[in-house]
Design a protein around this ligand. Structure first.
Ligand code: GLC
Length: 356
């Protein structure tokens, strides 16, 4: 995450080389050159189906010499260096891949959302509603917009002292604020910061050594999910996670119950904000109103949505709350597992140099 461009793209190329070696020679028909759909989950100024320059890194990546470079050319160079004979035929964002994979299986999918390490959404817009788009409009009359909603900020976003400290200490302060309130990379660290404050202000955890509690990212979102979901009568999973990750041992039952409540508060806020983002897009598309007969399906990929049950339930109930019972009947969310990768393969196949 913090090396240089050559190391990063070299690593991806070496994984591809290994994949090809493991796969053996038989899969590509007629000795044709292999083609690749490249999911690159960062903001890109896309100049064609298979080229685009990196605008900036997000999600704690910091490979400075890649910013402003064409990421396809970089990968292509790295592949050549390693003797991987393959051509990138499509460069896509993971939200666009999720939208593509979702709509391949269900044509009513019109929004693709990632709720994982990061968070973002893409949707189908009418091309003539895009002022930025100059020149010939696409034949379909539609165009996919990658919103990069992770970078949304408004003074109305309810940030706390924990969010502000997390942002200040991140590699990209004052950027990706919405993402820092929502996504899996950050939820664990928000919970850690709340627990640290409690440990410094009162003795509910006893006399704890705060070295771990003060270490960024030692508490991960899967740990938060496991604690939140703890169904054991004495909350033994909470006790275990606190001891293992934060060196908070011998907790009382009261303290564990409080920790579960903190996980619930942090995660509910995240899920409710994500639902608000989805409803914002649905409204922009003029959908999801009472009496709208069209189905509106949202394809979602990412570990936060897939594995964190309470997160998913809260997101779904908030959608109903925001849209209203009646209107929400035409709206549904659908887990599109590995849609981001699958969609890239579908788009690459559709744009293959051998197509037709
Ligand atoms: C970050 C990236 C964005 C990506 C999202 C989910 O927000 O900037 O491009 O879609 O993470 O992976």
């Amino acid at each position: 995450m913090s090396g240089n461009a050559e190391e990063l793209f070299g690593f991806i190329a070496s994984a591809l080389a290994k994949f090809i070696a493991d796969e053996g020679p038989t899969k590509v028909l007629g000795g044709k050159q292999r083609e690749l759909g490249f999911t690159f989950s960062f903001p890109v100024r896309q100049t064609s189906i298979a080229s685009g320059t990196l605008i900036k890194w997000t999600k704690e990546f910091a490979v400075d010499d890649a910013v402003g470079e064409d990421v396809v050319a970089e990968l292509q160079k790295a592949m050549e260096k390693q003797g991987v004979d393959m051509r990138v035929s499509a460069l896509i964002n993971d939200t666009v891949g999720t939208l593509a994979a979702g709509s391949y299986n269900d044509e009513d999918v019109v929004i693709g959302v990632i709720l994982g390490t990061g968070s973002n959404a893409a949707y189908v817009e009418k091309a003539d509603a895009i002022p930025k788009l100059k020149g010939e409009l696409p034949k379909s009359g539609n165009m996919v917009i990658n919103t990069e909603w992770g970078n949304f900020f408004s003074s109305r976003l309810p940030t706390t002292e924990y969010d502000q400290a997390l942002d200040e200490e991140s590699v990209n302060p004052r950027e990706q604020i919405f993402e820092k309130l929502i996504s899996g990379l950050y939820l664990g660290d928000i919970v850690r910061r709340v627990l640290l404050k409690i440990a410094t202000r009162c003795s509910i955890f006893g006399d704890v050594d705060q070295t771990k509690l003060r270490s960024p990212f030692v508490l991960r979102t899967p740990d938060v999910s496991a604690m939140h979901h703890d169904e054991t009568p004495d909350l033994s999973i909470v006790a275990e996670k606190l001891a293992e990750n934060l060196k908070i041992a011998d907790t009382t039952f009261e303290a564990r119950k409080m920790v579960v409540e903190i996980c619930d508060i942090v995660t509910s806020r995240s899920a409710r904000l994500a639902a608000a983002g989805i409803v914002g897009i649905i409204r922009k598309m003029g959908r999801g109103t009472a009496g709208d007969k069209r189905r509106t399906v949202i394809a979602i990929d990412g570990g936060l949505f897939e594995h964190y049950v309470e997160f998913r339930q809260c997101l779904e109930s908030t959608l109903v709350e925001l849209l209203g019972e009646e209107a929400s009947e035409s709206v549904s969310v659908k887990l599109t597992k590995d849609g981001s990768g699958l969609g890239a393969a579908l788009i690459a196949a559709a744009h293959s140099q051998y197509a037709n």
